[in-house]
Design a binder for this molecule. Structure first.
Ligand code: CA
Length: 165
């Protein structure tokens, strides 16, 4: 996890440097950029939440997904790839949702495990190579892991939650 955080800071630093460079070249560029989503951020949502929460992170780790999940297969998909031992995010739902969609966007092929009230759910390729989970969610705390296919290979991703079908 520590190495993932350090990599993230490196990525962020290079982005800051790149945008500073661009700003000096094009002086009219507005400085009021949107605040980027938190890295390894946690999410708390309740009824009628808005906007759709978004957090970032780095996928992967050294532990096979099936060991973290305690199984190879779940109703939402296979437990594949490698995770950290500790979750990348926690999500708190203050009420039940009849429908929520949690989706990952990454340039790499990533995997997903969500563990919370009612069980463990894995997924691999929900939308292209990006994993996601949709369905009914009970209130409570969920731990979320994002995995990579190769051990100790880290890839940037964005996690988003929406009620939009
Ligand atoms: Ca995948």
């Amino acid at each position: 996890m520590l190495s993932k955080i350090l990599i993230n800071q490196g990525v962020r630093l290079s982005l800051v440097l790149a945008s500073a460079f661009a700003a000096s070249a094009i002086t009219t560029v507005a400085q009021a950029e949107d605040t980027p989503p938190a890295i390894f951020g946690d999410i708390t949502i309740g009824r009628n939440f808005a906007p759709n929460p978004q957090v970032r992170g780095m996928s992967g780790g050294s532990v096979p997904a099936r060991k973290v999940a305690g199984r190879r297969e779940t109703p939402t998909g296979p437990c594949t790839g490698y995770f950290d031992r500790n979750p990348d995010h926690t999500i708190q739902l203050t009420n039940k949702f009849e429908y929520l969609k949690l989706q990952i966007q990454s340039p790499a092929d990533t995997t997903l495990l969500v563990s919370g009230p009612g069980g463990n759910w894995c997924n691999d390729d929900f939308n292209g190579k990006n994993p996601g989970i949709v369905g009914e969610w009970l209130p409570g705390t969920y731990n979320v892991w994002i995995g990579s296919y190769q051990r100790n290979k880290y890839f940037p991703y964005t996690l988003q939650i929406t009620e939009v079908k």
